[in-house]
Design a protein around this ligand. Structure first.
Ligand code: GLU
Length: 476
């Protein structure tokens, strides 16, 4: 956690915003309009549980409505507070602008420890919270579309969507009121792992640019790179798993709430995940060294550090001891403004949160579009595509026969080529494209301007510029 000498999370986001805005030519009034949070709704509601009334406090903050609906997750955690929700809502505005999802920024939170409640109690609490938000259009397909965040997932989204549908029985677009729903309740293939996939695609894109790799003092590809990941939740788990299984990276450190695991030869992510599910934490996992002081492993020798847990974990207390030359912010706000400055001076390259973890909202966008169009992606064209491919394959087969031993089709070409893309493949393709293009827009600013030292400032400049253009188009 950040020490008292550091600004709060929201102030930290504002400081980073100001740094970028000072390099832009915005009228001061517009700059302020973009920075401030438009509104935060606080609700306190009671739910009767175990024979007693329990009061819960929840928030939904709308940072910017330059585009509607506004978008952002709902977090369930005891530490949720207004400052945090507003910081996260601001990041959503910039994130959506950077990856070109047509949304304003919002975020919600409920102060609760979800582990303390049974499933039916969580349903009662979630439905009540959803009712309070939907009543004020803070859940609404055209106004405000929540999604999962820390402590929430498909289950909570299904309850919220159903609650909205019960309250709006004639709304044909009711399913588009939240994203991150299970597939059978209007969700989309690939949403659960989307943020982790986005981290992988972001790193792949980074490693396509030798100049950028050199800025981090590295060389080569993701293959063999030593990775430390903090938090093996939905985002950290998928990112680590994909990097290990598909890119040849070596996961040398895993940090969890009850300490950290370290093994320079690599850790089996899947095995640790199963261990956590069974035992509740990483302690006593056999194939790695455990240290009780988990955050010490943030400072371990590695190539890529992936903070995928809470905000403020890299701060003025530990920034100068971080050895990783490349940090990719899978969590929102894991590096404080103060630490950011220390790391920048050291030459650490940081792939910033608003870009790095945008995979979630990107696939949420696809889900929302799917819900509004009332049809699964690929349903119309898949078989037609396959039939056209069949034509080419049969011609190639004719050639194959004609040429005899001189040429033949590669063994798996036919099967691979014939298969039309299903929804999951289309989602991955859309996500990959989004992550590549957004990275390129950031690096363009990073490399073309002498006054832009880092990717974060570049990301803010791209995002602020887009939000400003959209306000101007509205006549503001
Ligand atoms: N909670 C995620 C985020 O912080 C996802 C938001 C969304 O899908 O709307 O980006």
């Amino acid at each position: 956690m950040t020490s008292t000498k550091e600004p709060s999370f929201r102030e930290s986001v504002d400081l980073m915003f100001n740094r970028a805005a000072s390099l832009m030519d915005l009228p001061p009034g517009l700059e302020q309009k973009i920075r401030v949070c438009n509104a935060t709704y606080t609700v306190r509601f009671g739910v009767r549980l175990r024979g007693e009334i329990h009061t819960f406090t929840g928030y939904r903050s709308v940072h910017s409505e330059h585009m509607e609906p506004v978008k952002g997750g709902i977090r369930y955690a005891l530490a949720v507070n207004q400052d945090e929700v507003e910081a996260l809502a601001a990041l959503m505005t910039y994130k959506c602008a950077l990856v070109e999802t047509p949304f304003g920024g919002s975020k919600g939170g409920l102060c609760i420890d979800p582990r303390k409640y049974e499933e039916h109690e969580m349903e009662q609490i979630t439905r009540r919270f959803a009712y309070e938000l939907a009543k004020r259009d803070l859940i609404n397909p055209s106004q405000n579309v929540p999604a999962p965040d820390m402590g929430t997932g498909e289950r909570e989204m299904a309850w919220m969507a159903d609650q909205y549908a019960r309250m709006n029985t004639t709304d044909i677009n009711a399913r588009a009121c939240v994203t991150g729903k299970p597939l059978n309740a209007g969700g989309i293939a690939g949403r659960v792992e989307a943020t982790g996939r986005g981290i992988q695609y972001a790193l792949r894109e980074f490693f396509r640019h030798p100049e950028d790799i050199a800025k981090a003092g590295m060389s080569g590809t993701l293959d063999g790179k030593r990775v430390v990941v903090q938090g093996l939740g939905n985002v950290g788990y998928h990112a680590a798993k994909f990097l290990a299984q598909e890119d040849g990276s070596r996961i040398v450190g895993i940090i969890e709430w009850d300490g950290a695991l370290y093994n320079p030869d690599g850790i089996d992510v899947e095995a640790v995940r199963s261990w956590i599910v069974k035992h509740g934490g990483v302690k006593d996992y056999p194939d790695a060294t455990h240290s009780a002081n988990g955050s010490s492993v943030l400072e371990a020798d590695c190539d890529i550090l992936i903070p995928a847990a809470l905000e403020g974990v890299i701060n003025l207390d530990n920034a100068d001891r971080i050895k990783a030359p490349l940090i990719i912010e899978a969590a929102n706000g894991p590096v404080t403004a103060g630490a950011d400055e220390v790391l920048r001076k050291k030459g650490t390259v940081i792939i910033p949160d608003m870009y790095a973890n945008a995979g979630g909202v990107t696939v949420s966008y696809f889900e929302w579009v799917k819900n509004l169009s009332h049809i699964r992606f690929g349903r119309m064209q898949r078989r037609q595509e396959e039939a056209r491919h069949e034509l080419i394959v049969s011609e190639l087969e004719r050639l194959d026969r004609y040429l005899g031993d001189a040429w033949s089709m590669s063994p798996d070409f036919k099967a691979k080529y014939l298969k039309g893309a299903d929804e999951l493949e289309l989602v991955r393709s859309g996500l990959d494209d989004t992550m590549r293009i957004a990275y390129q827009s950031m690096r363009e600013v990073w490399h073309s301007r002498d006054d832009v030292e880092d990717l974060r400032t570049a990301a803010y400049i791209v995002a602020i510029d887009r939000v400003a253009k959209s306000y101007r188009a509205k006549g503001l």
